[in-house]
Design a protein around this ligand. Structure first.
Ligand SMILES: [Zn+2]
Ligand SMILES: [Zn+2]
Length: 141
């Protein structure tokens, strides 16, 4: 798990000038164990930063993505979700019952997919949809 002591320094190290809004947006992503959307970030920060707009959040996230410190994930083809780039790549599982997005550990280095041999891969993602163990167990009652 990525550990950051000083967000301001971390942003500077990635050539991002650390404005207050950028720091707060990054901090929220960093502390959030979920995968927030622009709307989630907005509802969380708007009380503290009344001047914040969704456009600012969107532009800030795009800057973070450009500097490779944040990833976006498309779930269900509609709302984009965001997460901090971790040293560990992972896949995702979405539960249709509780809507939780789980991080799934996958050994990307040892996938050995024969049909991809000789291809240059620029992006890879694993996305599973179903019912999580917790919801399955709850339904049994
Ligand atoms: Zn569930
Ligand atoms: Zn994730």
């Amino acid at each position: 798990m990525l550990h950051i002591d000083n967000i301001e320094k971390y942003l500077r190290d990635h050539e991002i000038s650390p404005s207050y809004q950028r720091k707060r947006i990054f901090e929220y992503l960093y502390n959030s164990k979920k995968h927030p959307s622009v709307n989630d970030i907005y509802s969380f920060l708007i009380d503290d930063i009344p001047t914040l707009s969704k456009t600012t959040i969107y532009n800030t996230l795009n800057l973070f993505i450009e500097k490779n410190i944040v990833d976006s994930i498309i779930i269900d083809g509609n709302e984009l979700k965001y997460q901090i780039c971790d040293s560990k790549k992972h896949g995702h599982f979405k539960c249709k019952s509780c809507n939780t997005l789980y991080d799934i550990q996958i050994d990307f280095d040892n996938l050995n997919i024969d049909s991809l041999k000789g291809f240059d891969i620029h992006e890879q993602s694993f996305y599973f949809v179903g019912i999580c163990e917790k919801c399955k167990n709850n339904n049994k009652v």
